[in-house]
Design a protein around this ligand. Structure first.
Ligand code: ADP
Length: 240
């Protein structure tokens, strides 16, 4: 099954063109980084893919057309998204957060049922995001990085196949960034990942393919070295 395909995507807010005819292909199992200055249209692109922004053009994930579908329907098709601020239930434990997310995936109204054993998919997700040791801690007491990882874990137990992560390492410590880079590697073993990211150091270390956006358009695409050497990218970032 093919991956994410975006064709001639356009998002207009009150006459302002935020995304202007973007094409993007992310094959299954790839990790794609999207960079670009503030206002380039990165978040709006992800909003359009996930149904939060109205768009024209064509977006497909595998065999499914995404444009025009409601947010929850797109999520059910395996498209998971995180925001810059993690949205977890602060008073509930790591395990309870994952359990709720898994419950939603299976049966929408199953909340906080007491289980004797932790379901295998929850155990596996906790292991993938390296939170097994803090499973009984309220999410509100976790470090910033751990909350981001918990959110990724919640998408895992909801059977997300395509992960769209909006600046996952923003505000993280050096060690948390490293751990997140390693987590992206584990995720990509059986998922497709699109990451909006600003941190050039992180990109150099963990990115293979980068798409650069500017003023709503795709400016360049290639390896980190290729896009850094691109004069148009240098002009946008460094003003020369
Ligand atoms: P990035 O994520 O690359 O920083 P955004 O996608 O957030 O850029 O924004 C792209 C442009 O669209 C910006 O100029 C922003 O002000 C504008 N924009 C984003 N969302 C809205 C909205 N809901 N209404 C009007 N303009 C918006």
């Amino acid at each position: 099954m093919s991956g994410l395909s975006v064709r001639d995507l356009r998002v207009v807010f009150d006459g302002f063109v935020a995304v202007d005819g973007v094409d993007l292909d992310v094959p299954r199992g790839d990790v794609r980084f999207i960079i670009g200055p503030n206002g380039a249209g990165k978040t709006t692109l992800v909003d359009a893919i996930t149904g939060l922004a109205r768009a024209t053009g064509k977006v497909t994930w595998g065999d499914h057309d995404l444009l025009g579908r409601k947010v929850h329907r797109i999520a059910r098709l395996g498209v998971g998204r995180t925001f810059q601020t993690a949205t977890v239930f602060e008073e509930l434990t790591v395990l309870q957060n994952l359990d709720i997310a898994a419950g939603w995936a299976r049966r929408p109204l199953t909340l906080l049922r007491r289980r004797k054993a932790v379901p295998p998919e929850v155990e596996k997700a906790m292991e993938t995001v390296r939170l097994s040791a803090v499973r009984d801690r309220p999410a509100g007491t976790l470090a910033h990085g751990q909350k981001q990882w918990l959110e990724i874990g919640m998408l895992l137990v909801q059977n997300a196949e395509l992960f769209l992560l909006d600046e996952p390492v923003a505000g993280m410590s050096h060690d948390e960034r490293d751990a997140t880079g390693e987590l992206l590697g584990r995720l990509s073993e059986d998922h497709t990942v699109v990451v909006i990211e600003h941190d050039m150091d992180f990109l150099r270390r963990f990115a293979r393919t980068v798409t650069v956006m500017h003023a709503g358009r795709k400016l360049a695409e290639g390896s980190v070295a290729e896009v850094q050497a691109n004069p148009r990218v240098q002009e946008v970032y460094l003003g020369h």
